[in-house]
Write a protein that binds this ligand. Structure first.
Ligand code: SF4
Length: 211
């Protein structure tokens, strides 16, 4: 079976997952694309399930503006980059405000899907978005310690580079104020210089020319 078929079969099984009793379906997934870039978000919000795609609301608008600033618009990104997350279902609201943060058991349970995706995709570049996603791979006390840097690691036997981004949530001011603003610019610069990103831009260009 080719890679895309394997990814489709994986997503079919994932879409039926109901392992976490507190999580609210549907499972939210990106396109079944055989990409060497893997984006890892935290968990969908309350709008993403209905809209059927990750980062479909305000945080997504901000994140896609970041990517557009380094040459890749939202539609192209969605079409060409595999979008994953630490948890794939909406965790529900936190009675104290905002969305509930998935608990350790939910994160561990859902990691099987993400691990399978790493195995299938063999990504060269992982972009974890937000502290919860970054913390699955790196020790992170403060975002200033990891944003604006590139990391090399081996995951599930796969050598990958990782460029973390802050969460683009409107509720967070981190990425809009110094030093977050400058560190985000550094992280986007690292992305723009990365071979996988340059390859993505070339693929988009050649797809546009074929249309
Ligand atoms: S969060 Fe992940 S493991 Fe839990 S029900 Fe949703 S897809 Fe399944």
């Amino acid at each position: 079976m080719n890679k895309v078929k394997l990814i489709k079969a994986h997503q079919q099984a994932l879409s039926e997952c109901r392992l976490c009793p507190q999580m609210i379906p549907p499972v939210v997934m990106g396109q079944p694309v055989a990409s060497e870039i893997l984006l890892v978000g935290q968990a969908p919000g309350d709008k993403e399930g209905g809209l059927g795609r990750p980062f479909a609301w305000t945080a997504g608008k901000t994140m896609f503006k970041w990517f557009e600033s380094i040459g890749v618009v939202e539609d192209d990104f969605r079409r060409q980059v595999y979008m994953s997350a630490v948890c794939r279902c909406f965790p529900g609201k936190n009675p104290k405000g905002g969305d509930r943060v998935p608990d350790k058991i939910e994160i561990a349970t859902c990691s099987q899907w993400l691990n399978k995706e790493i195995e299938l995709l063999q990504p060269k570049l992982i972009i974890p978005v937000g502290k919860l996603a970054i913390a699955q791979y790196l020790t992170v006390n403060k975002l200033v310690d990891v944003i604006g840097k590139k990391f090399e690691l081996t995951m599930n036997g796969v050598d990958v580079e990782m460029i973390p981004l802050p969460h683009p949530s409107g509720a967070s001011t981190w990425h809009r104020m110094s030093p977050g603003k400058e560190l985000l610019a550094q992280a986007l610069d690292l992305l723009a210089q990365h071979d996988s990103w340059k390859k993505l831009e070339k693929e988009i260009l050649s797809t546009d020319e074929r249309r």
